[in-house]
Write a protein that binds this ligand. Sequence first.
Ligand SMILES: [Zn+2]
Length: 483
Amino acid sequence: MNGKPLGLRSVSALLFVRVLLFQPPAGLAVESTPLVFTHVTVIDATGRPPLPNRTVIVAGNRIQAIGETGKLRTPRGAKVVDATGKFMIPGLWDMHVHFRGGAALIPGNESWLSLFVANGIVGVREMGGDIAPTVFQWRAEIATGARFGPRILTSGPKVDGPSPIWEGSFAVTDAQSARDAVRKLKTMGADFVKIYAPGFPRETFSALMDEAKRQNLSVAGHLPLDTHTVRESIDAGVKCIEHLDYYVLPGCSRSEQQIRDKYAGLESLFRQAETFDPDWARDLVARMVQHGVWVTPTLAAATLTQTTGRVDYDHDPRRRYIFPGIWRTWDPKSGGRAPFPEADEKRWERIREQSRILLKMLQAGGVGLLAGSDSGASNNFTFPGWTLHRELELMVESGLTPMQALQTATRNPARYLGELDRAGTVEAGKSADLVLLKANPLTDIRNIEEIEAVVLRGTLLARADLDKLLDDVAKAAASARTP
Ligand SMILES: [Zn+2]
């Protein structure tokens, strides 16, 4: 592809400009001008009702104080933003994304750092890919302020069975290689372990879980359901289950095991969903609460995959932000994942319906939920940032309140990461990662898209700055498209 080098050049030029514009050198950040929002309605994501007419004072990368407007003294020399009619929420986390697709797609992945921030996302949990050294580098540069972007937590390479499905995964063949893989991840600096293999033999899985515990790494991902039930996997100590439909729903069928013994792959999943038992589901929820297991449902990604080929994205306005290399991995017309057979659509609809019911049961039962988009190359049309917004909408459509949905991308990630004392809500002393909305997300969760400004670690990005970020990505993507 001739356009590649040009794309690379323009992206690094773009990032250089951005660093100059938005990223004060680390030493300066502490002394930066205090930022004051007045007359804003604070939706702090603690669960309490909105607090109208507030002043929020940001100093450095912390929220210094919040009080009724007029009752707090504005620090001398502060930059004051009149936020009358605006709503302030915590910055969003996307708890399931992928940076991947090989070296050629690195510029496209890099541009997602801007797309995430432009969509109010201040942190991402990266769930494994094939460009791990690059992702580790981005993580470090963002942490020191040398690079612009959301905070990154990453698993590094995924851990899979003997014949990994994805490029870059660690192949695990037995108990010893499972331990080796976990130790290698620890040495690389992975934040947690992402498991993928559905077919880990029991001995391999328990060795992996044991080694992860020894190395003080949590385990998140798919469950080894070819060889374990959902309950057995939970008992083994997995901290977070990804994809509610594939990996939680089967545990709501009393015939989970018998169906799996008799039917392979999707047929097994369909039949387990069709034998959903509400009492058995409640039993599972209680077990999950007991073990403190979290769930990243990825409802939006599931729908995108299942409806691929039936929805036309050729003229989607967001297409201009996606580099051609990534687009090709999304579009079935150019090698993206093929549409599911039309004949299965009714059964998928049943899965989606059952997933919505289960989601509400998990929330009601007290299982921690995390918002994740599964945005990544090869995951069809998972537009970064926008898909997270869609995920929150689907949670509300499933029966969560807008506050509960909002918490899955704010307060809950902070709880999950053990950082609720310093992040996740809009309260004094917390990190200054904020989103200012033009409309109330509690009256309509779709207002999460009405972004007026983002505060990223204390730095204000006004609407014009966010538009510039988007324009710059669109230009870089366009030049990558032109040979
Ligand atoms: Zn994923």
